[in-house]
Design a protein around this ligand. Structure first.
Ligand code: AMP
Length: 139
């Protein structure tokens, strides 16, 4: 499948769609997942238009994991979760639903603590407040 420049994350990168922004640099952007699987669920994307790991440049991959690490540390600090899961899905068969590569940073508390994937929209005021807290915790 060819990269679709009108996917929702491409629109967020171009400022054509809103997001609860947590972090941005010249290569990457991080924002709150609006249908979080746990409180603090954050997404990290490259600004480069790549659908999945298979068409992402090595430079984009390096920047993406560097930002993901930064965000994981901040999310753990803010949510005080004992564990943090990273997830990155490539292709419909793997469960990918937005075709612009992204890492999920999901706080975990143990056991079956996750909501279903991309199902229930969170309260936007809560997401806004969390984004500000995570952003402030980035080192
Ligand atoms: P994946 O299935 O790995 O492609 O994950 C896509 C994720 O994007 C899901 O967790 C959705 O909840 C999330 N999502 C979809 N649209 C938006 C949006 N406009 N802003 C933030 N997160 C979104």
């Amino acid at each position: 499948m060819a990269y679709d420049p009108n996917n929702i994350f491409a629109k967020i990168v171009r400022g054509e769609a809103p997001c609860f922004k947590v972090y941005e640099d010249d290569r990457t952007l991080a924002f709150m997942d609006i249908m979080p699987q746990a409180e603090g669920h954050t997404l990290i994307i490259p600004k480069e238009g790549a659908e999945s790991i298979f068409d992402l440049s090595p430079e984009g991959a390096a920047a993406l994991i560097k930002t993901t690490k930064k965000i994981a540390v901040a999310v753990k600090e803010v949510t005080k979760a004992p564990g943090v899961m990273l997830a990155q899905l490539n292709g419909t068969a793997a469960g990918q639903t937005v075709f612009h590569i992204h890492f999920h940073v999901i706080p975990r508390t143990g056991g079956i603590d996750l909501k279903l994937h991309a199902r229930e929209q969170a309260d936007f005021e809560k997401l806004k407040a969390l984004a500000a807290k995570i952003s402030a915790a980035i080192k």
